[in-house]
Design a protein around this ligand. Sequence first.
Ligand code: PAF
Length: 277
Amino acid sequence: MDIIHSAAALRLRLQGEPNNVFVPTMGNLHDGHIQLINIAKPRAACTVVSIFVNRLQFGPREDFDRYPRTLESDSARLEAAGVDVVFAPDEQEIYPEPQTFVVEPSDLQYILEGAHRPGHFRGVATVVLKLFNLVMPHSAIFGKKDYQQYLVLLDMVKQFALPIEIIPAETVRAPDGLALSSRNAYLTPEERREAPRLYSVLKKIRSEIEGGARDFQRLDQKAMAELSSHGWQPDYVAVRRRADLRPPTERDRELVIVAAARLGRPRLIDNVEITLR
Ligand code: PAF
């Protein structure tokens, strides 16, 4: 496995490597990332993983400075997973000058996560386009835990006619249901015991909808109240349609229930999909 820090060396390494698949990450890898790599590997001769904590997608009061940088242990995991190339640039390499050209996503960037993290999806789309231009993969894998990110990037690829297939990967969960995330490391032991509640409230909404409930706003509010009464500060719990995360109409069958809530220091997000018959 090659660990490469400069864009020039990456281009050189990938010259004559037309068959590559890409997994962008911010490092601090967990089993969810390894699942992305397992999906990637059979699809191409060369699997490229980037590790870059992208300042542009963090708000001024978010955890950019304390986001764990764990290149050594990440590299060991990636080597064991059979990755061919790790691209781990520093900030100067990706943003040698202020990034004045940016990717402005559609209005999807302003709702749900976007309403609580202004500028987040602009930052994500901008760095992912830049990484795509460096790696030039035919496919890229993104976890569905970040459902809105996945939709924004699908949109970006479509609108810019990028010859890249975006492949979604299912959320990987701990045995108690908590979705794996680098930010789970911020939970205290007590919060860690409480954390699976986020997934369980989503599953409760799903079974109520499967049982015929259609008053989605009431379900959202009930779930927010349950979280609040257990010490969470929910930003949103929302039943939305899967294609664009807008409120569903009577005709929509493909839904997703998305949620974000703070538990102590970390803010956790999760979602479950539901298909109505
Ligand atoms: O999902 C992430 O880890 C990041 O948002 C990404 C896609 C690597 C862009 O920085």
